[in-house]
Design a protein around this ligand. Sequence first.
Ligand code: GLY
Length: 355
Amino acid sequence: MWQITNDSMNDVIISNNIAQSLTGAIEAIEHDKLFLLTDETTLGCCYPVVKDLPCLAGVKVITIGATDTNKTLDNLAYVWTQLGNGGGTRHSLMVNLGGGMITDLGGFAASTFKRGIKYINIPTTLLSMVDASVGGKTGINFNGLKNEIGVFNSPQRVIIDTEFLRTLDYENICSGYAEMLKHGLISDVESYAELLDFDLDKVDYAHLAQMVGKSVAVKERVVEEDPFEHGIRKALNLGHTAGHAFESWALSRKPYLHGYAVAWGLICELYLSCTKTGFPTDKMRQTVQFIKRYYGVLPITCDDYEELYEYMTHDKKNTAGIINFTLLGGIGDIRINQTATKEEIFEMLDFFREA
Ligand code: GLY
């Protein structure tokens, strides 16, 4: 077991002994009542691993529906109600056990109940391990917009047990892996080469667990430097301006997991990086090959460009309506606050379709 930070807030622990790590975390955080939030899928496949631990004796379990469509105001209100009805006070503690939907909504519920109670994240999906559960972004979807309402507030602990990865299907592994590709792109050539070498059709879980550790460390470093995204944290938005537009576009047609949209967004934004900030074309081509092989393609046509552009203009990362991209000059050479004209964005979408 090793700990990425020593900061008492937002400690991230990669654990090979969840019982010991969770017991230690719960004992270290003074509390009166203990709650555990999970979703219907995680309740069946992951909760049994911790259910009988003495540290969870008397815990009140709150369960909501699975998948991102449940990251709603109604479910948030349901969690608040369960906390209140279960005798929750400002000194209660909540454990969020699940993927990004649970750690986002649970983190927001904990951050707002009685003006904020402490919480622990136990991410069970790859996406949540390497991204959502770390860094204190919490929130819900609202008005058809992703993560529209929320706050920055870090958990007391994040306990990552990579054994949970074995519960995931192919799509969920690919989805989380897209965020790992992003972390590789913003860090160094060796890590990125290792990521592109990995076979997602035949997952080597021990190797994946090692790479998860490295990936989380990248995110931790960035978040520590800029917790509230005034500057360098925007590096983590690579692939997400186009990615969020694809995700919104797909929502009313055939929804895809977040990481798929990010992977397709990376193709677009590496293309822009090649044309605008000198990213090497061969590295972009290798990435396109990898993403096409494992993620397939998103069936957009040129009739969809205006709608996609419209989504980009509403991205919450924009300032004064100017579309904001994070681009790269090379692997690890981060260029935040880049913009592109409508014409350049349409060319980018042409490239995406032709690639
Ligand atoms: N998911 C990007 C961030 O946490 O900033």
